[in-house]
Design a protein around this ligand. Structure first.
Ligand code: HEM
Length: 195
């Protein structure tokens, strides 16, 4: 999904590439210390996960009765926290269908309730693989953006993508590869070696 978005938004892709090249310079290896410096990349990833959270909801069971904002939760009540709906709530994210990594600048983030971003869930039962996933995504993205430039394939749907929120998030439309594809073309975007 993130590569698709970057193919559609070349200015953001170029800014991200500048950041990666500034930090890695000519090095091929990507270390833990580098990952912590990828501020703009972090913003791009968070904004992708805001618009297209992998899980559209998190489920919980009420262990003791409680009333919150006038809503009574009885013991053993099952309920869902609507991640997708919260991530698209104008109250937290004005113009929510626009992809804007600036929403996750340190200044903007500090103004927002941390519970307005729930891609990995929250609390003692949040995603156990979060730190691993965060590292893996950043290292993979740094390598891909450093070495390739991504373009949208013909007939690729425009942003924002319509998504199916049943179960794990997926686009409603198939993201087609290019008909002129060669070995360097992925299933959803055309690529060309960057150097
Ligand atoms: C982008 C990648 C990932 C996303 C967006 C994601 C998202 C989530 C979400 C939303 C939850 C539910 C949290 C809650 O209810 O508060 C969850 C739970 C979980 N995730 Fe992930 N996850 C990712 C990667 C991973 C990886 C790489 C692993 C394992 C290596 C993993 C293992 C788990 C496990 C075991 C749980 C259940 C935790 C529990 O019930 O205590 N996840 N994840």
């Amino acid at each position: 999904m993130i590569i698709y978005i970057l193919a559609k938004l070349p200015e953001i892709q170029d800014r991200l590439r500048d950041e990666i090249n500034n930090i890695l310079e000519d090095r091929e290896d990507i270390g833990y210390d580098d990952i912590a410096k990828f501020q703009y990349m972090n913003q791009v990833i968070c904004e992708t996960m805001r618009m297209y959270p992998t899980s559209s909801r998190a489920n919980r069971v009420c262990t003791k009765p409680i009333t919150i904002n006038g809503i009574e939760f009885k013991e053993n009540f099952m309920f869902s926290v609507p991640i997708y709906a919260i991530h698209h709530d104008e109250k937290y994210y004005p113009n929510p269908d626009e992809f804007d990594p600036e929403r996750f600048s340190p200044e903007e983030k500090a103004k927002r309730d941390p519970l307005a971003f729930l891609s990995f869930g929250y609390g003692p039962r949040n995603c156990i693989g979060m730190r691993f996933a965060e590292f893996e995504i950043r290292a993979t993205l740094a390598y891909m953006i450093k070495h390739y430039k991504f373009y949208p394939a013909p007939n690729s749907p425009n942003l924002p993508l319509e998504i199916d929120t049943r179960g794990l998030m997926k686009p409603k439309e198939t993201l087609h590869g290019s008909e002129k594809s060669d070995k360097s073309v992925t299933w959803m975007v055309t690529t060309s070696p960057f150097k």
